[in-house]
Design a protein around this ligand. Structure first.
Ligand SMILES: Cc1ncc(COP(=O)(O)O)c(C=O)c1O
Length: 398
């Protein structure tokens, strides 16, 4: 049967993910992979999860019944008080505003379905997380890029763009951004909030890396600074528990929670309740804060290892990067390379996987000299070897 002509406009707008393809190539034997924003398998809390999930299955029969569309009450309650305690959300944030997701990716997908129609314009940091752009693009969004600087979006460019509104929303990753590792300063957040209020544009705040901070004070969030007005917040347990559990959450304005609940019913009715209850049990235990501290130590050491290896092998060749204060990514520029063919050659011929910067920009011709290196799963020793191979690849670049 011929399928192509039967597909919807939405299906035809789907395109492959370059990151997935590069991760596949870099998974080959002997390759040092700086590709994935995937947490390190040795840091998954496997034993604690087994115990918490077992307890949830045994002590909570509703865990195997059809779940509530917004998610498990106990976990939503825990998340609300955690966000308030950490000053991520305003003091009065109620659990009724929390919607559990199968991760931020699903949150983005739900927001796309709630707010984007073919031709809707959205503001995005440039560069930004490509799978978010794929998701918004699937619904037919048109992107208006806002250049990002080391302390956040270029405010003058944002205001210029806002004058050409309307926009469905401004999508931002304020902490240890993917791919740049940049963190938006409080000063810039206040400026963005002022502009968003002036032009009536919601802010979608995507914070999967927030808790992976290796130095500095915890960033103030748009959600807290705004008092909750006009901000749609996305959180995720992928990077701080494990991505395979597929669990995250959104903090929505009260008026939107019902609409999102109706959308959920049409998607998958609800998410696995026993898993969410198991997570609530895990988070309530003293284990969780010590686990977060362990993650920060381990990833911080890997960040330092990569920075040192870059200094030793790549800086002498003219590679320039900033040191991220958290998250998984080091973002760097090597003048004269064409990142897309370079990265395919680097993985195939030199055994080192990195992500080409061009895939993160709205304009596919931009970012040719940029590379993203993830240190999440790379030990300091492997970082040395990976950077040595990258230096070799730079040296042989035609
Ligand atoms: C900025 C950003 N948003 C969302 C996601 C998706 O995360 P999740 O596993 O919570 O769906 C990622 C994953 O790498 C990401 O980097």
């Amino acid at each position: 049967m011929e399928w192509e002509h039967r597909l919807t406009g939405r299906a035809k707008r789907l395109v492959p993910s370059v990151i997935s393809e590069m991760m596949r190539l870099a998974a080959g034997k002997g390759v040092v992979s700086f590709t994935a924003g995937q947490p390190s398998a040795d840091l998954y809390p496997t034993d604690e999860l087994v115990a918490a999930l077992g307890e949830s299955l045994r002590g909570f029969p509703e865990g195997l019944a059809y779940p509530h569309p917004l998610g498990d009450d106990k976990l939503r309650g825990w998340i609300a008080s955690w966000l308030i305690r950490e000053e991520i959300a305003p003091a009065r944030t109620e659990a009724s505003r929390i919607l559990l997701t199968t991760g931020s990716q699903q949150g983005l997908s739900m927001l796309a379905q709630l707010f984007i129609e073919p031709g809707s314009r959205i503001l995005v940091e440039d560069p930004s997380y490509p799978e978010a752009l794929l998701t918004f693009g699937r619904e037919g969004a048109e992107f208006v890029p806002v250049p990002i600087e080391a302390d956040g979006p270029d405010i003058a460019a944002l205001e210029r763009a806002l004058r050409s509104g309307p926009f469905a929303f401004f999508y931002t990753i304020p902490s240890f951004q993917n791919p740049t590792g940049y963190t938006t300063s409080t000063e810039k957040k206040r400026a963005v909030l002022g502009l968003a209020a002036k032009y009536g544009v919601p802010i979608v705040e995507d914070e999967p890396y927030y808790f992976l901070r290796y130095e500095g004070a915890p960033p103030e969030t748009y959600l807290a600074l705004s008092g909750g007005e006009g901000v749609l917040y996305l959180g995720s347990f992928s990077k701080i528990v494990a991505p395979g559990i597929r669990c995250g959450f959104m903090v929505l304005p009260p008026e939107l929670a019902d609409r999102a609940s109706m959308l959920r019913v049409t998607l998958e009715i609800g998410l696995p309740a026993f898993l969410q209850r198991g997570l609530a049990i895990l988070f309530d235990s003293p284990f969780f804060p010590s686990h977060l501290a362990r993650l920060r130590r381990a990833y911080g050491a890997r960040r330092d290892g990569l920075v040192q290896a870059v200094d030793e092998h790549l800086v002498p060749l003219g590679f320039r990067s900033t040191i991220p204060q958290g998250g998984f990514f080091l973002w760097g520029r090597k003048k004269g390379i064409d990142a897309m063919p370079f990265t395919f050659r680097a993985v195939r011929e030199f055994g080192v996987g990195v992500i080409p910067g061009s895939i993160f920009f709205v304009d596919e011709h931009a970012g040719k000299e940029w590379l993203r290196l993830s240190f999440a799963s790379v030990s300091p020793e492997d970082s040395k070897e990976g950077c040595r191979r990258l230096a070799e690849a730079f040296g042989k670049d035609p």
